[in-house]
Design a protein around this ligand. Structure first.
Ligand SMILES: *Cc1c(COP(=O)(O)O)cnc(C)c1O
Length: 361
């Protein structure tokens, strides 16, 4: 087996166990004589996989019973539009905290639908940090507050979720879902495109508190109705059955290694190794973001020149480290260090970084 270390931001590396298990069962799923992805989503076999995946997510993330777990198509991007369509009705305001490219995309969609307030905008500081609670100018009585818990491009993360009082808090967790336990007392809804920390692309995992779901508009086309999806256990129409299955396999892998506690331990070890290497490089590698907001999932850095960055990325690729090019909008380098990235991948990467500096310093 010749697996390289894949640092791509998404779609991204998956646990090899998830891939192997799917491959082993791809042609004949548990002696049914067909693949799971060929069979009816209304049958008992698929239904069991579907419900087991929901149960595993609930168990691992400790999702309270008054939250619904949904599998919706359209990725995180459809949620950008679905959320304001459902919850931002006439005469209401929604708060969108602007912390980078993804928060802004969500906000731009909401502006098409209704009235938006921006409680804080990190633009002047080039989106290099998350705000403190005291900096947020929240709208009393807002329909909801939206934030992006981890900015995949900028490399910053909310370490603590803000307190929004009675106003529901909705979080885009596309790039850090399943990387940490969540404070459910503060959060009313999370959503995440599957392709970063869960499974292949083609789905959004949505977890929504019942009290928020109750407020969703019903006079919308069928697929845009949260109540419809809840009522039908995400089986209103044909679900993305392959992605649901793969998500379940990744959940089993998380359980098998020790749950979120072990995920968090590995996450800290990996991020620590990489940030230390950057910090101890005498300014050769520079992480441009505020230390307290550093993301453990998407770690960005610059080299002394764009020429060196190009050379670094090229040589890294030859050594078996793929996907290290920063997002096209910002340049530089970025390592996406999702759950499935083994610690060994980071150990080898930091060795490479030290050697590269020694040879090109
Ligand atoms: C990747 C990403 C998205 C977009 O996800 P899609 O599933 O491609 O729609 C949205 N938000 C964040 C934070 C992301 O990282």
């Amino acid at each position: 087996m010749a697996r390289i270390f894949n640092f791509a931001a998404g779609p991204s590396t998956l646990p090899v166990e998830t891939l192997q298990e799917a491959a082993a069962k791809m042609v004949d799923f548990e002696n049914t004589g067909m693949s799971l992805i060929e069979m009816s989503h209304r049958g008992k076999v698929y239904e069991a996989v579907h419900n087991e995946t929901i149960a595993l997510i609930r168990e691992i993330l400790q999702v309270p019973e008054n939250y619904h777990i949904l599998f919706l198509q359209g990725g995180a991007t459809l949620q950008f539009g679905m959320i304001p369509m459902a919850f931002l009705q006439q005469g209401m305001t929604a708060d969108y905290i602007l912390t980078g490219a993804w928060a802004k995309k969500a906000c731009d969609d909401a502006k098409i639908i209704g009235t938006v307030n921006i409680p804080w905008d990190g633009k002047a500081e080039k989106y290099t940090r998350m705000p403190a609670q005291s900096e947020l100018k929240l709208t009393p009585g807002a329909a909801y507050v939206h934030l992006c818990s981890n900015e995949t491009i900028g490399g910053i993360q909310w370490q603590n979720f803000p307190d929004t009082g009675d106003v529901p808090l909705i979080c885009d967790m596309s790039s850090d879902i399943m990387s940490r336990p969540l404070p459910w007392d503060k959060i009313d809804m999370v959503y995440a495109g599957a392709q970063k920390n869960l499974a292949p692309a083609g789905m959004a995992l949505v977890i929504i508190k019942d009290s928020l779901a109750q407020k969703a508009r019903k006079d919308l086309p069928a697929y845009l109705r949260y109540d419809q999806h809840i009522e039908n256990n995400s089986l209103y129409n044909t679900p993305p059955s392959f992605i649901v299955w793969m998500t379940g396999l990744t959940m089993k892998w998380i359980k098998s290694i020790g749950g979120l506690a072990e995920i968090e331990r590995r996450r800290s070890e990996k991020a620590g190794l990489l940030y230390n290497t950057i910090d101890q490089s005498g300014g050769y590698y520079k992480n441009p973001v505020d230390t307290a907001s550093r993301s453990p999932m998407n770690i960005v850095w610059r080299l002394p020149s764009e020429e060196l960055e190009e050379k670094f990325i090229k040589e890294a690729k030859k050594e078996g480290f793929d996907g290290l090019k920063g997002h096209r909008s910002v340049g530089g380098c970025r390592a996406s260090v999702y759950n499935a990235m083994p610690v060994e991948g980071i150990r080898k990467l930091v060795d490479f970084m030290k050697n590269f500096k020694a040879n090109n310093g």
